[in-house]
Design a protein around this ligand. Structure first.
Ligand code: BTN
Length: 324
């Protein structure tokens, strides 16, 4: 049912300015014309405005703003990422759902999206505020055929993809703060939380959570410090429809992922460094109970951070707290 509706939407979206006849739709989808009519009614419930003219057929006049599994898949031009979408109005955390699905064998590219999370979580067990309708809260289930130690590369890959997506739809410049934060104008706008289930040398699945602040106002963040977060609305002065944003992000992630499988991590590393926050500048590192100052030199082949100390020696850091 879900896939028939997706095919129906795909067919209609191929001819946005023309009517597609009931006859053609019924032949292409191999269902009766009355079944087509029932699908149209369901699509209208999801917020599509569909014009139906006798002897001409159907065309979509307006895409919905509403988020649902159907509306996210409408016009999504990916091959596998989002081929299954699970949408929840409210949930504890999309990470929890995605882990459950991952354990049950959900297919590579399954995407879980929520309108609201009541126990959204970030890195280092921090709370991730995920109010209803204010942002994109989603988790991807990935089953990459790479070694477990390469998993962090996928965080960096998605960070580049999110920056590319945001730059495609705005005139702003976005940066990546190692390892997983997206910044604009010195404020965090998005974060990525990659969690992995693996055995020795094999990844069972990865759950990659993406949180992007979209429609919050300044006062929603209770801003008191310099490192307060920001949102797309604060930065651009307008509210955003999340549906096309999710689609652009998924399209960019799939595109880069395919490139990664073909060409390896090197092109991603180069793209990441081009967008790195404060590359070449001094940073404070806290690792193994020591604090020291160094210069942020870049990332290595595994995606680990390279920092040059005051004696000119390079240090490769896999997990460290950085004060920028
Ligand atoms: C971070 O910057 O610390 C990572 C934030 C990740 C937040 C996303 S929102 C969707 C998914 N569900 C969660 O509970 N967390 C991630």
């Amino acid at each position: 049912m879900e896939s028939t509706r997706r095919k129906l939407i795909d067919l209609l979206s191929r001819y946005p300015d023309e009517f597609v006849s009931g006859q053609v739709l019924s032949e292409q989808l191999n269902i009766t014309r009355s079944a087509i009519w029932k699908h149209m009614k369901e699509l209208e419930k999801d917020g599509y405005v569909i014009q139906s003219v006798p002897r001409k057929g159907y065309r979509i006049l307006k895409n919905p703003d509403k988020l649902s599994a159907n509306t996210i898949q409408w016009g999504l031009s990916t091959n596998w990422l989002g081929s299954r979408v699970i949408f929840e109005k409210t949930t504890d955390s999309t990470q929890v759902i995605a882990h459950h699905l991952g354990r049950e064998g959900a297919q590579h590219g399954t995407v879980v999206v929520a309108d609201e999370q009541v126990k959204g979580r970030g890195r280092l067990n921090r709370t991730w505020y995920s109010k209803k309708g204010d942002g994109i809260w989603m988790s991807l289930i990935l089953r990459p055929e790479v070694e477990p130690q390469q998993a962090p590369q996928l965080t960096l890959l998605s960070a580049v993809a999110i920056v590319e997506a945001l730059e495609e739809i705005t005139d702003l410049a976005f940066y990546i703060k190692w390892p997983n934060d997206i910044y604009v104008h010195d404020h965090k706008i998005a974060g990525i939380l990659t969690e992995m289930q693996a055995e020795q040398d094999q990844i069972n699945y990865i759950v990659q959570g993406i949180g992007l602040n979209v429609n919050q106002n300044r006062e929603d963040f209770n801003m008191i410090s310099d490192n307060e977060p920001t949102s797309l609305k604060i930065e651009t002065g307008m509210a955003w429809n999340r549906r096309p944003l999710i689609q652009v992000i998924l399209q960019q992630i799939e595109r880069l992922y395919e490139r990664y499988l073909k060409e390896g991590f090197l092109p991603i590393k180069t793209m990441w460094e081009e967008r790195a926050y404060r590359l070449g500048q001094p940073i404070m590192v806290s690792s193994k109970n020591q604090n020291w100052q160094g210069i942020f030199k870049g990332i290595d082949q595994d995606g680990a951070l390279i920092v040059t100390d005051q004696k000119g020696r390079d240090h490769v850091l896999y997990s460290a707290e950085i004060n920028w």
